[in-house]
Design a protein around this ligand. Structure first.
Ligand code: NAP
Length: 284
Protein backbone atom coordinates (compact mmCIF):
# COMPACT_ATOMS: atom_id res chain seq x y z
CA UNK A 1 0.00 0.00 0.00
CA UNK A 2 1.25 3.49 -0.83
CA UNK A 3 1.77 5.77 2.15
CA UNK A 4 -0.46 8.73 2.94
CA UNK A 5 1.65 11.82 3.58
CA UNK A 6 0.56 14.08 6.45
CA UNK A 7 1.95 17.63 6.29
CA UNK A 8 1.44 19.44 9.59
CA UNK A 9 1.65 16.10 11.40
CA UNK A 10 2.87 17.59 14.68
CA UNK A 11 -0.02 20.07 14.85
CA UNK A 12 -3.36 19.82 16.54
CA UNK A 13 -5.30 18.39 13.60
CA UNK A 14 -2.41 16.67 11.80
CA UNK A 15 -1.43 14.67 14.87
CA UNK A 16 -4.99 13.36 15.10
CA UNK A 17 -5.02 12.54 11.38
CA UNK A 18 -1.84 10.50 11.86
CA UNK A 19 -3.22 8.60 14.81
CA UNK A 20 -6.61 7.89 13.16
CA UNK A 21 -4.96 6.72 9.92
CA UNK A 22 -2.72 4.47 11.97
CA UNK A 23 -5.70 3.11 13.91
CA UNK A 24 -7.38 2.34 10.56
CA UNK A 25 -4.34 0.32 9.52
CA UNK A 26 -3.23 2.74 6.78
CA UNK A 27 0.43 3.34 6.03
CA UNK A 28 1.28 6.85 7.21
CA UNK A 29 4.25 9.06 6.49
CA UNK A 30 4.52 12.19 8.62
CA UNK A 31 6.43 15.21 7.41
CA UNK A 32 8.17 17.22 10.14
CA UNK A 33 10.74 19.98 10.34
CA UNK A 34 12.36 18.28 13.32
CA UNK A 35 11.63 14.56 13.04
CA UNK A 36 13.68 13.78 16.16
CA UNK A 37 11.29 15.75 18.37
CA UNK A 38 8.04 15.08 16.45
CA UNK A 39 6.81 12.77 19.22
CA UNK A 40 4.80 10.61 16.82
CA UNK A 41 4.12 6.97 17.74
CA UNK A 42 5.90 4.03 16.07
CA UNK A 43 5.56 2.69 13.42
CA UNK A 44 4.80 6.05 11.77
CA UNK A 45 7.51 6.93 9.30
CA UNK A 46 8.67 10.48 10.04
CA UNK A 47 10.50 12.29 7.24
CA UNK A 48 12.16 15.69 7.28
CA UNK A 49 10.45 18.34 5.16
CA UNK A 50 9.89 22.08 5.25
CA UNK A 51 7.18 23.89 3.30
CA UNK A 52 9.47 26.88 2.85
CA UNK A 53 12.07 24.67 1.10
CA UNK A 54 10.20 22.99 -1.78
CA UNK A 55 13.06 20.60 -2.64
CA UNK A 56 12.75 18.97 0.80
CA UNK A 57 9.28 17.72 -0.20
CA UNK A 58 10.85 15.32 -2.72
CA UNK A 59 11.71 12.59 -0.26
CA UNK A 60 8.42 13.05 1.61
CA UNK A 61 6.38 12.55 -1.56
CA UNK A 62 8.28 9.50 -2.82
CA UNK A 63 5.65 6.84 -3.62
CA UNK A 64 2.96 8.76 -1.72
CA UNK A 65 -0.60 8.54 -2.97
CA UNK A 66 -2.69 10.97 -0.93
CA UNK A 67 -1.62 14.05 0.99
CA UNK A 68 -3.16 15.85 3.97
CA UNK A 69 -2.03 19.47 3.95
CA UNK A 70 -1.95 22.04 6.74
CA UNK A 71 -0.25 25.33 5.81
CA UNK A 72 0.79 27.70 8.61
CA UNK A 73 4.14 28.58 6.99
CA UNK A 74 4.85 31.99 5.39
CA UNK A 75 3.28 32.28 1.92
CA UNK A 76 6.39 32.92 -0.22
CA UNK A 77 6.87 29.30 -1.34
CA UNK A 78 3.21 28.35 -1.87
CA UNK A 79 3.57 28.14 -5.67
CA UNK A 80 6.79 26.06 -5.70
CA UNK A 81 5.73 23.73 -2.92
CA UNK A 82 2.21 23.16 -4.22
CA UNK A 83 3.67 22.44 -7.63
CA UNK A 84 5.82 19.68 -6.09
CA UNK A 85 2.86 18.20 -4.21
CA UNK A 86 0.31 18.31 -7.02
CA UNK A 87 2.77 16.79 -9.54
CA UNK A 88 3.29 13.73 -7.36
CA UNK A 89 0.07 13.15 -5.41
CA UNK A 90 -3.16 11.68 -6.77
CA UNK A 91 -5.36 13.15 -4.04
CA UNK A 92 -5.03 16.07 -1.62
CA UNK A 93 -7.10 17.05 1.41
CA UNK A 94 -6.43 20.64 2.45
CA UNK A 95 -7.27 22.10 5.86
CA UNK A 96 -8.72 25.47 4.88
CA UNK A 97 -11.28 27.76 6.53
CA UNK A 98 -14.96 28.68 5.96
CA UNK A 99 -14.27 31.93 4.14
CA UNK A 100 -17.07 31.29 1.61
CA UNK A 101 -19.73 30.93 4.33
CA UNK A 102 -21.83 34.12 4.45
CA UNK A 103 -22.00 34.30 8.27
CA UNK A 104 -20.57 37.59 9.63
CA UNK A 105 -18.16 35.69 11.91
CA UNK A 106 -16.41 34.23 8.85
CA UNK A 107 -16.49 37.39 6.75
CA UNK A 108 -14.12 39.66 8.68
CA UNK A 109 -10.69 40.67 7.36
CA UNK A 110 -8.30 37.78 7.90
CA UNK A 111 -4.66 37.75 6.74
CA UNK A 112 -4.68 33.93 6.45
CA UNK A 113 -7.48 34.02 3.90
CA UNK A 114 -5.33 35.17 0.97
CA UNK A 115 -2.84 32.35 1.52
CA UNK A 116 -5.60 29.75 1.75
CA UNK A 117 -7.22 31.08 -1.43
CA UNK A 118 -3.88 30.92 -3.24
CA UNK A 119 -3.35 27.33 -2.12
CA UNK A 120 -6.87 26.35 -3.18
CA UNK A 121 -6.39 27.89 -6.64
CA UNK A 122 -3.13 25.98 -7.12
CA UNK A 123 -4.78 22.72 -6.11
CA UNK A 124 -7.90 23.28 -8.24
CA UNK A 125 -5.80 24.07 -11.28
CA UNK A 126 -3.64 20.96 -10.95
CA UNK A 127 -6.15 18.38 -12.17
CA UNK A 128 -5.86 16.06 -9.17
CA UNK A 129 -8.57 14.93 -6.74
CA UNK A 130 -9.06 17.42 -3.94
CA UNK A 131 -11.21 17.99 -0.86
CA UNK A 132 -11.23 21.22 1.14
CA UNK A 133 -12.07 21.08 4.84
CA UNK A 134 -13.49 24.33 6.17
CA UNK A 135 -13.74 24.02 9.94
CA UNK A 136 -14.98 26.85 12.13
CA UNK A 137 -13.45 27.72 15.50
CA UNK A 138 -11.42 24.83 16.92
CA UNK A 139 -12.39 23.62 20.42
CA UNK A 140 -8.65 23.30 20.99
CA UNK A 141 -8.34 27.11 20.93
CA UNK A 142 -9.79 27.01 24.47
CA UNK A 143 -6.48 25.65 25.72
CA UNK A 144 -4.62 28.75 24.49
CA UNK A 145 -7.40 31.28 25.07
CA UNK A 146 -8.29 30.42 28.66
CA UNK A 147 -5.82 27.77 29.85
CA UNK A 148 -3.19 30.21 31.16
CA UNK A 149 -5.68 32.27 33.23
CA UNK A 150 -7.51 29.22 34.60
CA UNK A 151 -4.28 27.47 35.52
CA UNK A 152 -3.13 30.63 37.28
CA UNK A 153 -6.28 31.50 39.28
CA UNK A 154 -10.06 31.75 39.28
CA UNK A 155 -10.54 34.96 37.32
CA UNK A 156 -10.96 34.85 33.54
CA UNK A 157 -10.98 38.21 31.75
CA UNK A 158 -12.04 38.06 28.11
CA UNK A 159 -13.58 40.26 25.38
CA UNK A 160 -16.95 39.73 23.68
CA UNK A 161 -18.27 37.16 26.15
CA UNK A 162 -21.62 37.25 24.33
CA UNK A 163 -20.05 36.22 21.01
CA UNK A 164 -21.13 32.70 20.06
CA UNK A 165 -19.08 30.12 18.17
CA UNK A 166 -19.66 26.42 17.49
CA UNK A 167 -16.34 24.90 18.53
CA UNK A 168 -15.34 21.77 16.68
CA UNK A 169 -13.22 19.03 18.20
CA UNK A 170 -9.95 18.48 16.30
CA UNK A 171 -10.63 14.74 16.43
CA UNK A 172 -13.79 15.32 14.39
CA UNK A 173 -11.96 17.41 11.80
CA UNK A 174 -9.41 14.63 11.56
CA UNK A 175 -12.12 11.98 11.19
CA UNK A 176 -13.47 13.75 8.10
CA UNK A 177 -9.94 14.19 6.77
CA UNK A 178 -9.31 10.46 7.12
CA UNK A 179 -12.51 9.64 5.22
CA UNK A 180 -11.59 12.05 2.44
CA UNK A 181 -8.06 10.62 2.25
CA UNK A 182 -9.09 6.96 2.24
CA UNK A 183 -12.53 6.76 0.60
CA UNK A 184 -13.77 7.66 -2.86
CA UNK A 185 -16.67 10.07 -3.21
CA UNK A 186 -15.16 13.20 -1.64
CA UNK A 187 -13.48 14.69 -4.72
CA UNK A 188 -14.43 18.33 -5.27
CA UNK A 189 -16.18 18.56 -1.89
CA UNK A 190 -15.86 21.61 0.36
CA UNK A 191 -16.91 20.56 3.84
CA UNK A 192 -17.88 23.31 6.29
CA UNK A 193 -17.37 21.61 9.65
CA UNK A 194 -18.58 22.93 12.99
CA UNK A 195 -19.34 21.60 16.44
CA UNK A 196 -22.96 20.63 17.15
CA UNK A 197 -24.01 23.70 19.15
CA UNK A 198 -23.76 27.46 19.25
CA UNK A 199 -22.19 28.53 22.56
CA UNK A 200 -21.36 32.03 23.73
CA UNK A 201 -17.79 32.48 24.89
CA UNK A 202 -19.21 33.00 28.39
CA UNK A 203 -20.86 29.57 28.20
CA UNK A 204 -17.67 27.95 26.93
CA UNK A 205 -15.61 29.34 29.83
CA UNK A 206 -18.36 28.38 32.29
CA UNK A 207 -18.32 24.84 30.87
CA UNK A 208 -14.61 24.59 31.61
CA UNK A 209 -15.27 25.75 35.19
CA UNK A 210 -18.12 23.29 35.56
CA UNK A 211 -16.26 20.27 34.14
CA UNK A 212 -13.07 20.98 36.10
CA UNK A 213 -14.95 21.80 39.31
CA UNK A 214 -13.68 25.37 39.53
CA UNK A 215 -15.66 28.45 40.65
CA UNK A 216 -14.49 30.84 37.94
CA UNK A 217 -15.20 34.56 37.97
CA UNK A 218 -15.66 35.60 34.36
CA UNK A 219 -15.17 39.29 33.58
CA UNK A 220 -15.76 41.14 30.31
CA UNK A 221 -12.83 43.13 28.89
CA UNK A 222 -13.44 46.01 26.50
CA UNK A 223 -11.82 45.76 23.04
CA UNK A 224 -9.52 48.67 24.02
CA UNK A 225 -8.35 46.89 27.19
CA UNK A 226 -7.84 43.74 25.15
CA UNK A 227 -5.66 45.49 22.56
CA UNK A 228 -3.61 47.05 25.35
CA UNK A 229 -3.18 43.88 27.42
CA UNK A 230 -2.57 41.52 24.51
CA UNK A 231 -0.04 43.77 22.79
CA UNK A 232 3.25 41.89 22.80
CA UNK A 233 1.50 38.55 23.42
CA UNK A 234 -0.02 38.21 19.94
CA UNK A 235 0.69 39.96 16.62
CA UNK A 236 -1.63 42.98 16.14
CA UNK A 237 -3.27 41.54 12.96
CA UNK A 238 -4.21 38.38 14.90
CA UNK A 239 -5.74 40.47 17.70
CA UNK A 240 -7.70 42.56 15.18
CA UNK A 241 -8.89 39.45 13.36
CA UNK A 242 -10.26 37.90 16.55
CA UNK A 243 -11.85 41.08 17.89
CA UNK A 244 -13.51 41.86 14.55
CA UNK A 245 -14.84 38.33 14.19
CA UNK A 246 -16.25 38.22 17.73
CA UNK A 247 -17.77 41.70 17.39
CA UNK A 248 -19.52 40.61 14.19
CA UNK A 249 -20.72 37.39 15.81
CA UNK A 250 -22.63 39.03 18.68
CA UNK A 251 -26.42 39.03 18.32
CA UNK A 252 -26.99 35.88 16.27
CA UNK A 253 -26.37 32.18 16.71
CA UNK A 254 -23.11 30.71 15.45
CA UNK A 255 -23.17 28.91 12.12
CA UNK A 256 -23.80 25.21 12.82
CA UNK A 257 -23.64 22.50 10.15
CA UNK A 258 -24.56 18.82 10.21
CA UNK A 259 -21.79 17.97 7.72
CA UNK A 260 -19.76 15.93 10.20
CA UNK A 261 -22.76 13.76 11.12
CA UNK A 262 -23.73 13.31 7.46
CA UNK A 263 -20.24 12.11 6.54
CA UNK A 264 -19.49 9.92 9.54
CA UNK A 265 -22.96 8.80 10.65
CA UNK A 266 -22.40 9.98 14.24
CA UNK A 267 -22.94 13.29 16.02
CA UNK A 268 -20.09 15.76 16.31
CA UNK A 269 -18.53 15.91 19.78
CA UNK A 270 -19.88 18.60 22.10
CA UNK A 271 -17.55 21.20 23.60
CA UNK A 272 -18.20 19.70 27.05
CA UNK A 273 -16.74 16.41 25.85
CA UNK A 274 -13.63 18.14 24.52
CA UNK A 275 -13.17 19.84 27.91
CA UNK A 276 -13.66 16.59 29.84
CA UNK A 277 -11.02 14.92 27.69
CA UNK A 278 -8.59 17.83 28.16
CA UNK A 279 -9.38 18.80 31.76
CA UNK A 280 -5.72 18.34 32.71
CA UNK A 281 -4.81 21.30 30.46
CA UNK A 282 -6.74 23.60 32.82
CA UNK A 283 -5.35 22.33 36.11
CA UNK A 284 -2.62 24.34 37.79
N1 NAP B 1 -7.67 27.60 15.03
C1 NAP B 1 -8.84 27.67 14.43
O1 NAP B 1 -9.86 27.94 15.06
C2 NAP B 1 -8.93 27.41 12.94
C3 NAP B 1 -10.19 27.44 12.32
C4 NAP B 1 -10.26 27.16 10.95
C5 NAP B 1 -9.12 26.86 10.23
N2 NAP B 1 -7.92 26.85 10.86
C6 NAP B 1 -6.71 26.53 10.07
O2 NAP B 1 -6.08 25.39 10.62
C7 NAP B 1 -4.69 25.46 10.34
C8 NAP B 1 -3.89 25.15 11.60
O3 NAP B 1 -4.12 23.81 11.97
P1 NAP B 1 -3.54 23.26 13.36
O4 NAP B 1 -4.10 24.08 14.48
O5 NAP B 1 -3.73 21.79 13.39
O6 NAP B 1 -2.01 23.63 13.20
P2 NAP B 1 -0.93 23.82 14.34
O7 NAP B 1 -1.29 23.04 15.54
O8 NAP B 1 -0.63 25.28 14.45
O9 NAP B 1 0.32 23.10 13.66
C9 NAP B 1 0.93 23.61 12.50
C10 NAP B 1 1.66 22.47 11.83
O10 NAP B 1 2.30 22.97 10.65
C11 NAP B 1 3.68 22.64 10.73
N3 NAP B 1 4.48 23.65 10.06
C12 NAP B 1 4.58 24.96 10.36
N4 NAP B 1 5.46 25.55 9.54
C13 NAP B 1 5.95 24.59 8.72
C14 NAP B 1 6.89 24.56 7.67
N5 NAP B 1 7.56 25.66 7.29
N6 NAP B 1 7.13 23.39 7.04
C15 NAP B 1 6.49 22.25 7.43
N7 NAP B 1 5.58 22.21 8.42
C16 NAP B 1 5.31 23.36 9.05
C17 NAP B 1 4.00 22.54 12.20
O11 NAP B 1 5.14 21.74 12.33
P3 NAP B 1 6.34 22.05 13.36
O12 NAP B 1 6.19 21.02 14.42
O13 NAP B 1 7.56 21.84 12.54
O14 NAP B 1 6.17 23.46 13.84
C18 NAP B 1 2.74 21.86 12.71
O15 NAP B 1 2.78 20.48 12.46
C19 NAP B 1 -4.40 26.87 9.83
O16 NAP B 1 -4.21 26.82 8.43
C20 NAP B 1 -5.65 27.63 10.17
O17 NAP B 1 -5.93 28.66 9.24
C21 NAP B 1 -7.79 27.11 12.19
Amino acid sequence: MKPILVIGATGRVGREVVSQLQAAGKPVRAMARTPESAGLPEPVEVVYGDLTLPATLDRCLEGADSVFLVWTAPPDTVAGTLDQVTKRARRIVFLSAPFKTPHPFFQQPNPARRVAEQIERSIEGAGIEWTFLRPGMFAANARHFWGPQIRGGNIVRWPYLAAPTAPIDERDIAAVAVRALCEDGHAGAEYVLTGPESLRQLEQIATIGDVTGRALRIEEMSPEETRREWAGLYPPPAIDMLLNAWAAAVGQAAHVTSTFAEITGRPARKFREWVADHAADFRG
